[in-house]
Design a protein around this ligand. Structure first.
Ligand SMILES: Cc1cc2nc3c(=O)[nH]c(=O)nc-3n(C[C@H](O)[C@H](O)[C@H](O)COP(=O)(O)O)c2cc1C
Length: 295
């Protein structure tokens, strides 16, 4: 058993990364039931009760451990942390900024803190703040990222060399080859987002999954959103944003996210996905993803 499995209490060191409104209790529970570690997202939760409801629903669906993600810049992050502590969640990933503020409270509550970083400096900062483990997330990953643009194959060993805590690789991992590559780079686990969108259990709309499966390795692009950027599928709306013909107005409200990601209205929002689209050609079950990976 790897240190990461021990830390999380999961059978395999395979984490389903937080993914906003599409990592609902059903997806999270399916991952944990298959021996991985599911994560609930809180990024678009409108209030602490919504987070509590999601945790409780997930507990009804699985007895296996699962965790949650807190986004540092979310003004409600500290309130969400209190709910996660009250509900007995075992581990939390902290992303989108310094973990300094949230870490002491979470650890006092017995919660393991795993910090998502895009650079070696941020990894050192996370370790100094007391992180129990680090997710080194390369720029090929789907979703929000900083401006460093460092790839997983460079970032992971650089972070492994820089810190003493266990490192989890994220970004561009989708099958057993990526899993073994991550281990060869010194990681002790992997975190995946994009591969889990193209699963039967994921509530992402049919058009989100179809575009992802068909777009190939050049089907994603990076949209500049001011304080951060985001890797997304190159839909017509994303193309306009990449060319600077459209700003990010009105595409990040919880309503717009649900409308585009779940209902499939491609004019309402952009669809995060990583370059691993180039290796995803089918929609399979969560269990098939995990078993192929660790088998
Ligand atoms: C649709 C989507 C939403 C995401 N939302 C979050 C989030 O709320 N918090 C977070 O820490 N990471 C988020 N991520 C990043 C994932 O958790 C994960 O680290 C990333 O997808 C790994 O790279 P991959 O897509 O190449 O597997 C998101 C990724 C996607 C694709």
């Amino acid at each position: 058993m790897s240190n990461i499995s021990e830390l999380l209490g999961s059978q395999y060191p395979v984490i389903q990364g937080a993914m906003g409104v599409i990592c609902n209790p059903e997806l999270v529970a399916a991952v944990s039931e298959a021996g991985g570690y599911g994560l609930l997202a809180t990024a678009f939760a409108e209030d602490p009760q919504e987070v509590r409801d999601q945790v409780r629903k997930t507990k009804e669906l699985t007895d296996n451990p699962f965790g949650a993600n807190l986004v540092v810049k979310n003004p409600l992050a500290a309130k969400f942390a209190e709910v996660l502590a009250e509900e007995g969640v075992g581990a939390v990933t902290v992303s989108g900024g310094s973990p300094k503020e949230l870490t002491p409270f979470l650890q006092e509550q017995g919660i393991k803190v795993i910090v998502v970083v895009p650079t070696v400096d941020a990894a050192r900062g996370a370790e100094a703040a007391g992180a129990d483990a680090i997710v080194a997330e390369g720029a090929e990953s789907g979703g929000a990222q900083g401006f460093g643009g460092v790839s997983t194959i460079v970032l992971v060993p650089a972070v492994v060399d820089a810190v003493d805590v266990p490192v989890i690789a994220a970004g561009g991992i989708g099958d057993s080859r990526g899993y073994r590559a991550a281990m060869a780079l010194g990681a002790q686990g992997v975190q995946m987002g994009t591969r889990f969108i193209a699963t039967k259990e994921c509530i992402a709309s049919g058009i989100y999954k179809k575009t992802l499966v068909e777009c190939g390795e050049i089907g994603t692009g990076v949209v500049n959103l001011g304080r951060f950027q985001m890797r997304v599928l190159r839909t017509p709306l994303a193309e306009k944003m990449i060319k600077g013909e459209r700003g990010p107005e009105n595409i990040f409200s919880p309503a717009a996210i649900k409308e585009s990601w779940i209902k499939g209205n491609l004019e309402a929002g952009i669809l995060p996905a990583g370059q691993i689209t180039g290796m995803i050609h089918d929609i399979i079950s969560v269990r098939e993803v995990i078993e192929e990976m660790v088998g």
